[in-house]
Design a protein around this ligand. Structure first.
Ligand code: NOJ
Length: 544
């Protein structure tokens, strides 16, 4: 078995002469990070929603999978309007998930198994139930309490038109009007997401001070890093000018005044200064910008350690698109000496099995998803895996009355939102809830068709998707051929890709509809058995 050591930060600090930058501190540069969506991972309390005790219970599974770290989507106190991305107390655990003592136990137990723990931070907005916001509602216009958020008077003689034309990413206007304490219609506040998620005013130094206090709170408890929500948000442009064109839903362009304003980079420098007090930690930002040059700015050496790169989560299963995504991403990070990251999916996008399934053909979708995880894990940099991808789960087509994502309601019931990729994980047994919970009344219904996809069904089957993930992660960890920061492309048949890492690993991907010959070398792993010595369509191979 692999032997890896999570050196405690105390050890690191004692043994280090330089403040930052030792190899041990930069463990995340080639890590495999597993995203846990806590509501959907494992429910030990039996209320149908996953919890921290459930995660502790499954740490053995994560060790078997071989991941270096977990990223927990938000677990802080929240009224759950956006399932945790609306935080009402950033320095406490929501009772739905457990408490601080259970969290401490999770960090301890994960570290005992050499698994690091990272968590979401949500600095762009709070919950409307955060005491700062309830205070702001009570206090009048111009008060210090209002100055923590973005309040403005409406336009028009009676102020009944929103201050500008910005739309919420979830649909509708990005502004909501409040009633002042005397009951009259009052000011408007900005929310780039749901109305229950008021945007903070990052011009106000209290906002940064509070985030830094939150970071230290968790870092002092042993957390190894953060995923920063809407890391391209926070800063707003002077005067809040109108958008050229009102666009909705997660479709960010670089000329969109709501996001990617220059002031965000100073905020990241201030965030980084706290991280640098804790060697061995890292942060990864959710950076939805389209230009590679703009992306690169976020991962300069004094800003984020890593930026999420959604290229592979958004391109088709198409060799030219995939190659372009890799080249562009590698060039962007190389331009500032940063580490590339890769991910095929997360809790906001459809699962790869469904994305790659032509006309709903899930068998093809699964083959392609298996090929793509091998492709992802062969690349240099940090790899992120969304929970359930290792089981080959598809999205679930949920009935209307099961949908709970705020996107569904906020879009006026036109966008079905993200619930389809958030259905709880199937662990064992023959029927829902498949060991996820002791109640069948899970927060999103689980399909009976997932019976062959449970962890139990896949664990001992060497051809299962779970076994493929385990073998691939193990090889990536153990083999020296996975070294080097670049990829060298080989000539490959039409619709195919092949590249070599400096250490000697060769990865071949067949995205065409014909079997193709493999590059020369000894095969380490294939995602689908060879067809008469040829690499099958929708398959990948590793060779040395
Ligand atoms: C991005 C998160 O990934 C998403 O789930 C959330 O709804 C928005 N940010 C708002 O916090």
């Amino acid at each position: 078995m692999q032997t890896r050591t999570v050196q405690s930060r105390m050890d690191t600090e004692q043994s280090m002469s330089a403040p930052t930058g030792s190899d041990a501190d930069a463990w995340w540069r080639s890590a495999v990070v597993y995203q846990i969506y806590p509501r959907s991972f494992s429910d030990l309390s039996g209320d149908g929603v996953g919890d921290l005790a459930g995660i502790i219970d499954k740490l053995g599974y994560l060790e078997l999978l071989g991941v270096d770290a977990v990223w927990l989507s938000p677990i802080m106190r929240s009224p759950m309007a956006d399932h945790g991305y609306d935080v009402s107390d950033p320095r406490d655990i929501d009772p739905l998930f457990g408490d601080l003592a259970t969290f401490d136990e999770l960090v301890r137990s994960a570290h005992d198994r050499d698994i690091r723990v990272t968590m979401d931070l949500v600095p762009n907005h709070t919950s409307d139930q955060h005491p700062w916001f309830t205070d702001a509602l009570r206090s009048g216009p111009g008060s210090a309490a209002r100055a923590r958020y973005i309040f403005a008077d409406g336009r028009g003689p009676d102020g009944s038109t929103p201050p500008n034309n910005w739309t919420s990413v979830f649909g509708g206007s990005a502004w909501s009007r409040i009633r002042e304490s005397d009951g009259t219609p009052g000011q408007w506040y900005l929310h780039l997401f749901a109305p229950e998620q008021p945007d903070l005013n990052w011009e106000n130094p209290e906002v940064l001070a509070d985030l830094q206090a939150t970071m230290r709170f968790w870092l002092d408890r042993g957390v190894d890093g953060f995923r920063i929500d809407v890391a391209h948000g926070m800063a707003k442009p002077e005067g809040l000018p109108d958008m050229a064109e009102s666009v909705e839903i997660l479709r960010h362009t670089d000329d969109d005044p709501r996001f990617n304003n220059e002031g965000v980079h100073d905020i990241h420098r201030s965030i980084r200064s706290v991280m640098d007090e804790y060697p061995g930690t890292f942060n990864v930002g959710e950076v939805w910008v389209s230009s590679p040059e703009e992306f690169a700015k976020y991962v300069r050496s004094d800003e984020l350690h890593l930026g999420f790169n959604f290229a592979l989560a958004t391109v088709d299963f198409d060799a030219a698109q995939i190659r372009e995504a890799v080249d562009t991403s590698l060039a962007a990070t190389a331009s500032v000496g940063a580490v590339p990251t890769w991910t095929l999916s997360n809790h906001d996008v459809p699962r790869e099995v469904s994305r790659y399934a032509p006309d709903g053909d899930l068998a093809t979708g699964i083959s392609r998803a298996r090929a793509m995880i091998m492709f992802e894990l062969a690349l240099p940099g940090t790899a992120f895996i969304y929970n359930g991808a290792e089981l080959g789960l598809p999205d679930v087509d949920l009935p209307d009355d099961a949908l709970v994502d705020p996107v569904w309601e906020n879009s006026g019931y036109t966008d079905r939102g993200r619930d389809g990729c958030r259905v709880p994980l199937p662990w064992e047994g023959d029927e829902p809830p498949f060991g996820f919970s002791s109640t069948g009344d899970t927060w999103l219904p689980m399909p009976a068709a997932w019976r062959p996809l449970t962890v139990e069904a896949q664990l001992e089957d060497i051809y299962s998707t779970l076994s493929l993930y385990r073998q691939a992660i193990e090889l990536r960890y153990a083999r020296l051929e996975f070294s080097g920061d670049t990829v060298q492309w080989y000539g490959a048949p039409d619709g195919c890709l092949a590249f070599r890492r400096p250490g000697g690993l060769i990865c071949a991907l067949n995205a065409s509809d014909q079997p193709v010959p493999l590059p020369p070398g000894q095969i380490l792993l294939v995602s689908t058995p060879l067809e008469k010595g040829l690499l099958a369509p929708n398959a990948a191979a590793w060779l040395v």
